[in-house]
Design a protein. Structure first.
Length: 301
């Protein structure tokens, strides 16, 4: 009896969770019906699929990383090869059924990129979440995973992008153990990604019909590494001469012209070295000279 009770408690502890999907992922029936019945649609000849993930991080995982002025920049990581290959196969299958992908008679390239935020595994939870949250089976606790799917293609008017967003919420609680077989996180994620792909296909079809035939996309550029911001104002160099204009031996270097500082407060006098030169004052005209006395006149005594 005690052994059975222990196994029951252990099973409940390992499976006391349930996942729920949400987001704007409903497929419009009229658009889907028109897409499936369209026989004149020119599909894409190439379909590029990628998946990058920002994995789950507990609140304590960022302690000691970076600083306030220079925080650590999180970089995405590739999901495991098995999940990435399964998602790529599902994407090609769905877009082929929708009539948007055909390597033989297609034209142009469609690029699908999925980004997930906070995606976790059970090993991640056992290292942090389930250990740090000791009251998890007394009060419910939840984890959220956000998914962002983009579809890019080129058309005559220019590049076109279709975006689809969705969320997966997993709640951990002892009383949710009976729901685990039906609402497990793994199966809910597969259903969510499938729904997102169908919604993206219908949106791509609507934009493609409005923009015209597709063309080849330019190659994707690798992201550039950004330099960390400076911690303080730039320091002026010690030299005041240009390269190649070094002073001769025994001569002092010519000081560089000082520019007025633009950060002085209004009403505060400028320093003497940056005071503007006074404006030239107009000079008074010289007084006319006195006329010399005439020859027949004598000066007064």
């Amino acid at each position: 009896m005690k052994k059975n009770l222990l196994l029951l408690i252990l099973a409940a502890g390992l499976s006391g969770c349930a996942s729920f999907n949400s987001g704007d992922i409903l497929v419009e029936r009229e658009t889907a019906r028109a897409m499936l019945d369209d026989k004149e649609l020119v599909p894409f000849a190439a379909l590029e699929v990628s998946w990058q993930n920002f994995p789950y991080r507990a609140a304590t995982d960022s302690i000691g990383e970076g600083s306030i002025t220079n925080p650590k920049k999180l970089k995405p990581v590739q999901v495991n090869a098995e999940d990435a290959d399964a998602f790529a196969r599902r994407a090609r299958d769905i877009f082929a059924k929708a009539g948007l992908y055909d390597r033989a008679r297609g034209r142009g390239t469609l690029r699908l990129e999925l980004t997930s935020f906070g995606r976790w595994t059970y090993s991640d939870l056992w290292r942090s979440f389930l250990v740090d949250t000791g009251f998890i089976f007394i009060l419910p606790a939840s984890l959220h995973v956000n998914y962002y799917l983009t579809a890019d293609f080129a058309a005559a008017p220019g590049p076109v992008r279709v975006e689809t967003e969705a969320r997966n919420k997993t709640t951990f609680h002892l009383f949710m153990a009976p729901l685990y077989p039906f609402l497990s996180p793994g199966s809910r994620e597969k259903g969510l990604l499938k729904q997102m792909l169908w919604r993206s296909a219908t949106d791509v079809y609507a934009r493609l019909k409005a923009a015209g035939p597709a063309a080849d996309l330019p190659p994707k550029q690798a992201p550039k590494d950004e330099k960390p911001p400076l911690g303080g104002p730039p320091v002026q160099p010690d030299r005041t001469w240009l390269p190649g204009e070094l002073p001769a031996a025994g001569e002092a270097p010519v000081p560089a012209p000082v520019k007025p500082d633009q950060t002085w407060a209004v009403g505060q006098p400028l320093p003497a070295e940056v005071q503007p030169a006074p404006a030239p004052q107009p000079q008074a005209a010289p007084a006319p000279a006195a006329a010399p006395p005439a020859a027949d006149e004598t000066p007064d005594d």
